[in-house]
Design a protein around this ligand. Structure first.
Ligand code: SF4
Length: 324
């Protein structure tokens, strides 16, 4: 679809931080692993992984006595289950802080769920009476996410949901493109071009956010581009985190369809319109109207649409739009 060759477009593989046990490393407290086949065999074809096991890194070894979260959501400690005098909160926090600095160039992070170190949410937190509720956040994950607030992060369990999986992968590749843009040196022209190329993508998440992003770039004369880019990055990544609604996808598809108005005949127009309607009625997945649009634009190229990342946001072989 896009003008660049597909292999070239994804030549810059995103680097993804990941809990080591998800890659099959036997680093868990009981000496086992938690290998995730989709991450290793599918996602791993398109990204590079930077495995991190915080508990191993702070010297706990494996197998090791288990640890758990205790306290209240506002004041969490990580202590030994058998020996509560063992408190590794500070060691995990320091390690997370240093890792965030070391891995500043990563484009995403996949955490292992339920872990007192790596869990992103709903980790069991034990009160003074020893009663556990799913109210905690793993200490390593919390500090890392606070240190890199725009980084796309997910847990392996949540990635089984097709919507959340697609959303995460989309954010990873969008963030990678943004990182490349910043690394190349900020120019008003490149910022405006980035914004234009992500128009339909952002609009499927939030029209208001697309307008706010546009306002940030409306007058770049004499302004500090680093400051503008910081604000743009936060707004852009927050927008993409929002669930992309079916209605907003239909809107974007119909807008793009408008560019074919005078280029395809009546039968083709009807076929395209019907496939968008079938998607609206939840009879076919998003990939169906997308494929048809791409087919027509291949035969009738349009420079503006060809450069829209919405139509080709990540490697197609991941098949993510077959499931949403
Ligand atoms: S969940 Fe985190 S701390 Fe636990 S074994 Fe996996 S990588 Fe290590």
């Amino acid at each position: 679809m896009q003008t660049e060759d597909t292999a070239m477009r994804y030549a810059e593989r995103p680097l993804i931080g990941i809990s080591s046990c998800l890659l099959g490393q036997k680093v868990r407290y009981d000496g086992t692993a938690k290998r995730d086949p989709w991450l290793v065999e599918h996602f791993g074809r398109h990204v590079d992984f930077e495995p991190v096991c915080p508990e191993m890194a702070i010297g706990l070894g494996t197998p090791r006595p288990p640890i758990r979260l205790v306290g209240t959501p506002e004041a969490i400690r990580v202590v030994g289950v058998e020996d509560p005098a063992v408190d590794v909160t500070g060691a995990l926090e320091d390690f997370a802080f240093n890792t965030a600095g070391r891995l500043g160039g990563i484009s995403g992070y996949v955490f292992m769920s339920k872990s007192p170190s790596c869990g992103m949410e709903r980790v069991k937190l034990y009160n003074a009476k020893g009663h556990g509720e799913k109210k905690g956040v793993g200490v390593y994950a919390r500090v890392l996410m606070q240190s890199l607030p725009n980084l796309p992060c997910e847990e392996e369990g949540r990635l089984n949901d097709p919507m959340l999986r697609e959303n995460f992968v989309n954010r990873v590749f969008a963030f990678r493109r943004w990182q490349s843009l910043r690394a190349a040196g900020l120019e008003p022209k490149s910022l405006i071009d980035f914004h234009a190329r992500h128009k339909y993508m952002v609009m499927t998440h939030s029209q208001a956010a697309y307008q706010r992003l546009g306002r940030l770039l409306s007058n770049l004369k004499g302004v500090d581009l680093e400051q503008v880019a910081d604000a743009y990055e936060a707004e852009f990544m927050t927008a993409l985190k929002r669930r992309a609604g079916r209605k907003r996808h239909v809107n974007a598809l119909q807008h793009i369809q408008g560019y074919l108005k005078d280029r395809i005949d009546g039968d083709d127009k009807r076929e395209l319109a019907e496939s968008i309607e079938a998607y609206r009625r939840e009879e076919v997945p998003l990939v169906v109207p997308m494929k048809l649009l791409r087919h027509y634009f291949r035969r009738n190229p349009d420079h503006y649409i060809d450069r829209q990342w919405y139509l080709d946001p990540y490697p197609e072989s991941l098949g993510l739009r077959n499931a949403i």
